[in-house]
Design a protein around this ligand. Sequence first.
Ligand code: DGL
Length: 270
Amino acid sequence: MAVGIFDSGLGGLTVLDAVEKRLPDVPFVYLGDNAHAPYGVRDADDVYELTTRGVERLWAAGCDLVILACNTASAAALRRMQESWVPRDKRVLGVFVPLIEALTEREWGDNSPPREVQVKHVALFATPATVSSRAFQRELAFRAIGVDVEAQSCGGVVDAIEEGDMILAEALVRSHVDALKRKMPNPQAAILGCTHYPLMQNIFQDALGPDVQVYSQPNLVAESLADYLTRRPEMLGEGTAKQFLTTGDPKRVSARATQFLRREITFEQA
Ligand code: DGL
């Protein structure tokens, strides 16, 4: 009954942590493509190739349902995968949907015309690839009107986190928030549109100020997955073992993961 969680590297662990707490009986198989991170500076074809390879590995581990705990893969590859690649008995879901649902206060399947929502000025922090895909703005525009989105492409943050250089990561986050504020001085809400960023959530909140509501994905994704599995219990795959897999160096990745989640995590070679 395993479910797969995929990310380019360590960021998806923020989602894994939340889904494990919400669904303690489900064994999750995590795959970090650390050998190829970051994805945020790659083109869409490259992200598609790497993501499909990772998802196939998780299917082989007995996971019929895979969550792309990666906004870059969700923005650059998911639609193409769902339209022409995912077989009927498998599912691949992204991390955008729960975020847009929370922001627009409506369910994904609600096809009524777009309407006004509470938040009018939204800052989006994401990787260069996610920002240039404009996937977030596109999905939002189907559902909400009058929302001004200012996107800040946060170059370097994922690399610094993957390297474990949190001092550099903090300096970069503060400079990206400054850059955003020059374009949008008073955002009401901020979206952390990369699963690596919740590891820096306190810094984002501090730099943005206490009046800005920061939306971060892990808990939203966990709630949404719990709801999905209640409706589609047959999507729990046949795998039974909890596993951490990486395409990178398992020793190095285990050390970083243990540092981030503050509990012992042991990765194996994918
Ligand atoms: N954590 C991923 C995301 O949510 C990928 C970051 C990257 O590899 O650049 O976008």
